[in-house]
Design a protein around this ligand. Structure first.
Ligand SMILES: *Cc1c(COP(=O)(O)O)cnc(C)c1O
Length: 443
């Protein structure tokens, strides 16, 4: 059967082993039927099966959830400069750990250290796989076998099983909890310090907010106490932006520079949250601590590859010109997009959406919507936006039909409508082209 002429094109496209596998499946399914020997039917069936098989498992989608940094949809989109740098690094040998000046060994962290110094004021920096890895490594290198003091108000869990008490245990540290869920005072930290204390840690409560009768101790208050006792202060900033979001009318989110200026010894944050780069965990701080962290055996297991380092370096370089960030960095562009611009996109898309959903019997409208930064940043602040809303019966089926499009569209069902929030639409032309002339009906 594998030699049937009708299958030759398939063999050329997908290779012989996959075609043979498809033929076996065909033979199994049609065993005993007359159809089993039908060459044309078999070729069609195998072609359909192979088309499904060779489709990438990780697909491009339209993120219309309203969440700019959607963890399940891959968080930050890279800047063109970062994409180009990553592609170049993928294709060629690079000076990843090579010093061109003397032909000797170089340090991979040197590609990002000087930029992070310029952007945060920190003496030194290193980069690892993600921020969870950064926290794990920092704790293991600075406090293994000893105690770390954390406020009960900051014992966070973020998605994907990252819990501060668990990470602490995995790093071999003993967690000493102080204060209460809603209030922690400086004296709570002071009283917990003992001969076994290795560090005090602050964690940015990124995905929730304690409001009302609450009190936490700022870095500015904590640092003098730690200095007096000869202890380092670690801060996990989570998103840790490099620029003040207030520039674009957004609420304040702590920056890495603020933490360093407040005297925090070691600060960790993510590369693919507000920073807008590839997945990475950044550790910045005092030179003596950073070199101890970089020399820890776990660093070798958590380090970044040349591709992500190239993308990260290119992303950091964009921050040297903050005035052009909106234009060059997709995360900042999405966050800074004025609601009026989003409304204009909605108005342009409304006619094509109305036509595409006419057969589904749903009402398409433009409505004010509220988006989120996502990935833990500013949990309680919602970004004013506009959405196309689809109202009608069978919303689940309609959402499934949108997910079934060639470029799946991911929206959000709330208040009796399917919301397609347009703040995060990155390619309006492709979105319109996909809907144009197509009937989308609930499945
Ligand atoms: C997101 C986050 C992390 C984990 O960062 P990843 O880069 O996803 O590993 C850790 N701590 C805080 C406070 C966070 O917000």
């Amino acid at each position: 059967m594998a030699n049937w002429p009708a299958l030759a094109a398939l063999v050329a496209r997908a290779g012989r082993p996959l075609v043979v596998e498809a033929l076996r499946a065909w033979a199994d399914e049609k065993r005993g039927s007359d159809e089993v020997g039908d060459e044309a039917a078999c070729a069609r069936w195998c072609a359909a099966r192979l088309a499904r098989l060779v489709e990438p498992s990780q697909r491009r989608v339209f993120n219309l959830t309203g969440t700019v940094l959607h963890t399940n949809l891959g968080r930050a989109l890279l800047a063109e400069e970062a994409i180009a740098a990553a592609v170049e690094a993928m294709r060629s040998p690079t000076t990843l750990e090579y010093d061109l000046a003397d032909g000797g060994r170089g340090e991979r962290d040197d590609h990002v250290g000087p930029w992070l110094h310029r952007l945060t004021g920190a003496e030194a920096a290193c980069a690892v796989n993600n921020n969870a890895a950064a926290v794990l490594l920092v704790l293991a290198a600075m406090a293994q076998g000893r105690e770390v003091i954390v406020s009960r108000g900051e014992l966070i869990e973020i998605g994907g099983a990252f819990r501060i008490p668990d990470i602490m245990a995995r790093a071999g540290c003993r967690l000493v909890e102080v204060g209460t869920t809603n209030r922690t005072h400086l004296k709570d930290y002071a009283e917990a310090i003992g001969p076994d204390t290795a560090a005090i840690m602050k964690v940015h409560p990124s995905n929730y907010a304690v409001t009302g009768f609450s009190k936490s101790v700022s870095a500015a208050e904590l640092v003098p106490l730690a200095r007096e006792k000869g202890l380092p202060v670690i801060e996990d900033l989570g998103s840790g932006t490099l620029v003040d979001l207030e520039t674009w009318g957004l609420p304040h989110e702590p920056t890495a520079r603020e933490a360093i200026e407040a005297g925090i010894d070691v600060v960790t944050f993510s590369g693919d949250k507000l920073l807008g780069g590839p997945q990475a965990g950044l550790v910045v701080g005092r030179r003596d601590w950073i070199s101890r962290i970089a020399r820890h055996p776990m660093k070798r297991a958590l380090r970044l590859d040349k591709v992500r380092l190239a993308a990260l370096e290119a992303t950091l370089r964009l921050y040297a010109d903050p005035a052009r960030l909106v234009e060059r960095l997709p995360t900042v562009r999405a966050l800074a997009r004025p609601a009026a611009d989003i409304r204009a996109i909605a108005e342009r898309l409304l006619p094509v959406a109305k036509r595409a959903f006419a057969k589904a019997g749903v009402a398409v409208a433009i409505e004010e919507s509220r988006g989120q930064i996502g990935s833990g940043a500013l949990p309680v602040d919602l970004l004013p936006s506009f959405a196309l809303t689809l109202r009608g019966k069978k919303l689940d089926g309609l959402a499934a039909a949108l997910r079934g499009l060639p470029i799946p569209v991911i929206g959000r069902i709330a208040d009796g409508a399917l919301w397609l929030d347009l703040r995060t639409l990155d390619d309006e032309a492709a979105f319109a082209a996909q809907l144009d002339g197509r009937d989308v009906v609930a499945v």
